[in-house]
Design a protein around this ligand. Structure first.
Ligand code: UDX
Length: 461
């Protein structure tokens, strides 16, 4: 039996590259050699690939370097990108054969579904890596398998509709406001939805479709079993061990904020961050700023420096009360979030509920104020508030803006000094302990991953 040699191919954006690299680290730890590939432009631009024993990094050119227009996702779904990535995968598989280290499994980011076809051509098993919760995968699956009418809010999310609850197998009752933005009526022509449909068709063609999910078994026991046809395997939490995005990407080369945090009392600081993608409306930024001033608590606020992407910071984008804010807290263009969340001065995390941030807050045991923006974030916020009880979700006004008073109310309800019975903080501590046990030797991360490796080793086609 050849040594397990996995080929990991990551969709070329940070929120896929990070979990894929963490998966590689765990696979190496259980004796699997890993070849990791993504597109050169992402590999160079977005993250340092750690040189590790047992990991070879073999990026491929996606054409950006040869002048293919860099830009939106469509280039990652273009036929040119598909052609180049399929070619690269085949070359890596053939190279493995020639070097006597044959690839024994291909693990690919969801939506790079053409990788399954390349693996099949070479008689190699494959599996998807899904970097959001199992619950969101299930919602997409059921949307395409009999529940579209029940899920789609035909008349738009008016107040009565948003109260109507949708019951999907294995999932908690969901209101329209809890659904991923791609499946609500307004967005169903979104590119992601059509690609997800293609992905599910590829998986339906597999006799033993496997989806590796960056989640913890105990967080989503029912959601992981909800789809009979597929095997969803919890192999999380895959948390970045180093600065998740290169700080220089957002021109943040100083870590003065760590010394500033050291100077603050335990559980006193409000940490505010909306991930690497979301751009908040001007009015929403203003409401957050006014809420931080009104709450008077020390805060660390990540306001990404858009000029890092070559855009000029417009006058109107500048924070109106920056000087007053910097009397109370600290504003940075980027930080090492995983390190910040584990700092003893942290009191709570105001987050958009991107899945990586959500997992990181659970692992760190930090209560959250959930301010979802798009994609899976509303579903993650629902799980945080109503299933795991580790945070509260804000309510927006009719214009979709979360007002300063609502933000202050939510901050007070999760911070130590404001909470009636400490329920949220107790839950956050509970899940922190469960997450810690998950990543221990006998925890579900390694138990599930080892079982998966043994399974695919046994079924080399
Ligand atoms: C995107 C989508 O927006 C999100 O909904 C989906 O769940 C994953 O893909 P993103 O918006 O970037 O992700 O948010 P998130 O998933 O939270 O990932 C952000 C990553 O950047 C986290 O790993 C976080 O640790 C890191 N980060 C963020 C930093 O390292 N420093 C910062 O200052 C802010």
């Amino acid at each position: 039996m050849p040594q397990p040699h996995f080929l990991l191919v990551s969709y070329p954006i940070q929120s896929h590259i990070n979990p894929s690299l963490q998966l590689a680290k765990h696979l190496i730890r259980i004796g699997v050699h890993v070849t990791f590939t993504t597109s050169i432009s992402a590999g160079r631009r977005m993250t340092k690939v750690p040189a590790a024993q047992g990991l070879s990094f073999s990026p491929f050119s996606d054409g950006y370097d040869d002048g293919l227009k860099p830009g939106d996702d469509k280039n990652h779904y273009s036929s040119e990108f598909r052609r180049r990535s399929k070619e690269a995968l085949s070359e890596l598989i053939i190279a493995g054969e020639n070097e006597g280290k044959p690839i024994t499994c291909v693990v690919y980011s969801l939506l790079l579904f053409w990788a399954a076809g390349v693996a099949r051509e070479h008689h190699i098993p494959s599996a998807v890596l899904w970097t959001q919760p199992a619950t969101v995968f299930d919602i997409f699956y059921f949307y395409f398998n009999g529940y579209e009418a029940a899920i789609k809010d035909q008349d738009g999310a008016d107040e009565s509709k948003s109260k109507c609850l949708i019951k999907l197998p294995g999932l908690p009752p969901l209101a329209t406001r809890d659904l991923p933005s791609f499946v609500t009526a307004a967005n169903t022509d979104h590119l992601i939805l059509s690609l997800f449909r293609e992905q599910l068709e590829v998986l339906a063609g597999e006799s033993d479709a496997k989806i590796l999910v960056n989640t913890i078994d105990a967080l989503e026991p029912e959601a992981l079993k909800a789809i009979e046809k597929f095997k969803l395997i919890g192999i999380g939490p895959l948390i970045p061990s180093d600065g998740s995005l290169r700080a220089d990407l957002f021109q943040c080369n100083s870590n003065d904020y760590l010394r500033w945090l050291d100077s603050k009392p335990k559980s006193s600081v409000v940490y505010v961050s909306f991930g690497s993608v979301a751009v908040l409306a001007r009015q929403q930024v203003e409401e957050i700023a006014r809420a931080l001033l009104a709450s008077g608590r020390p805060f660390l606020w990540v306001v990404r420096n858009q000029t890092a992407r070559g855009e000029e910071e417009k006058e109107e984008d500048k924070l109106s009360c920056r000087e007053e804010l910097e009397q109370v807290g600290m504003i940075v263009p980027w930080c090492w979030q995983v390190q910040v969340l584990s700092h003893p001065s942290l009191g709570c995390f105001v987050t958009h509920c991107g899945w990586n941030s959500t997992l990181e807050s659970l692992v760190a045991g930090v209560p959250v104020v959930a301010v979802p923006q798009f994609a899976d974030q509303a579903t993650n916020a629902k799980l945080v508030e109503e299933v795991w009880g580790t945070g509260v979700r804000v309510s927006a006004n009719e214009e979709g803006v979360v007002e300063r008073g609502e933000i202050v109310r939510c901050l007070d309800s999760v911070m130590d000094d404001g909470e009636k019975d400490g329920e949220v903080r107790k839950n956050a501590e509970k899940w922190k302990e469960i997450a810690r046990e998950t990543t221990m030797e006998g925890g579900s991360l390694y138990v599930n991953l080892k079982a998966f490796v043994d399974d695919v080793q046994g079924c080399r086609r």
